[in-house]
Design a protein around this ligand. Sequence first.
Ligand SMILES: Cc1ncc(COP(=O)(O)O)c(C=O)c1O
Length: 383
Amino acid sequence: MANELQSITDAIRERFNTTKFIPLHVPQFWGKEKEYLAETIDSTYVSSVGAYVDLVEGQMARLTTAAKATAVVNGTSGLQVCLRIAGVRTGDEVITQALTFVATANAIAYNHAIPIFIDVDQDTMGLSPKALRAFLEEFADLREDGCYNKKTNRKIAACIPMHTFGFMCRIDEIVSVCTQWKIPVVEDAAEALGSKYKGRSAGTFGQSGVFSFNGNKIITSGGGGVIVSSEPQYAAKAKYLTTTAKVSHKWEYVHDEMGYNFRMPNLNAALLSAQLEEFDVYKDAKRTLYNEYQDVFDNSSLKLVAVPEHTEWNYWLMSVMAEDKEQRDMFLNETNGNGVMTRPIWQLMHRLPMYAHCQRDAQNNAEFLEARIVNIPSSVRKR
Ligand SMILES: Cc1ncc(COP(=O)(O)O)c(C=O)c1O
C-alpha cells in the first residue's frame, strides 16, 4: 500500500512537471487582466459602480442563460441575500446538506434561521431528492402560507442544495419536490460555474443561484460572487438590497428597509471580466488534466471519482475515493508530506459546534463520503 501511494504521489507530481510544492487550486491570469485593471485605476472607478460591474453582469447572464445577474462582494453574501428574498425570516428553518462548505450553513444563520441537514446522494455528493422527499413526508405540514415542520412548528422557508465540486445534484427532482411543498429553492452554485444538468446551467433551476469567484475557484475576481435568476424582477431586488436598500432619487438618501453594502467593486469586476473571457480555455485545460488522472488511477485501489450521469462538468475540484478512512489518512499523509497538497472533504456541518443541535436525517451517504473522499491538485497548469 505504501508503495502504491508513493507512486501515485509521484505521478501527480509528474502531471504538474515541478519539484516544487503543488497547491490544490490556484488561479491563472492568461488574458487581459492587467489591461482591464489598469484601465479601471485610470478611470478612478475602482469602487462599487463602474463599467466592469455592468459588463460582468451581462457576461454572467449570457454564460448561464439566466435572465439577469447581480454582482456581489462574495458568494456567501449572495446566498444570504437570496435567502432573504426567498422570504426567510428570524426563527424559520432552511433545508440544506451537511456535506457542504460552512458558508452555506452560515448564510442561513446570518438570516437568524436554522439549518436542517438532509443527506446527499453518493454519486453527485449533492442533496438527495429521495432523502428530501422522505424527510418532508415525515415532518412537513403544508399550510396556507407555506410549509411547516411538525416537530418544531417552525416554517421551512427555503431549501439550498449545493453542487459539490461542480458536480450537479439531481436539481430538477429537488425543485419538483420543493414546489410540491411550497419551498423556494436557492442553488448554492458557488463551485459550479459552467456546469450543466441535462443541458441546463447550474443556478437556473431554482428561484435563484449563487456563484463564487473566490481565489480557489476556476476563475476569480479576487473575492466576489454573482447571483443569477430566471425571474426578470429578481436582479432589481437583489441590486437594491445589496446597495443598502437605496431608493432611486436624484439627490436624497432614501433607504426604506435595512439593506447591505454587498456590491462587487469595479476593480474586482475588471479582473473577473478578463477571467470570464478565458473561462472555456481553463475548462478545457482542466478536462485534459482529469483525463490524465484517469490513467494515473486506472489500476489503483484509490478510485478517481467519476462524473455523475446527466452532468456536464466544469472540472473544478477533482477527487479520489479511498477504500476506507485509514487509507484516506495514509494518502493525505503521503501527499501532504511530499509537497503535494490534498485535502479531505469538509467536516459535516452537524459536527461543528454551532450546528450540532440542528435537526438532521441519518446522513449515511454523507458519512460514507466524509470518510473516503480526498481532493487532489486540480489547477489549470502553467502554459
Ligand atoms: C459550496 C460553497 N458555498 C459558498 C461558498 C462561499 O463563497 P465565497 O467564498 O465567495 O463567500 C463557497 C466557496 O467559497 C462554497 O464552496
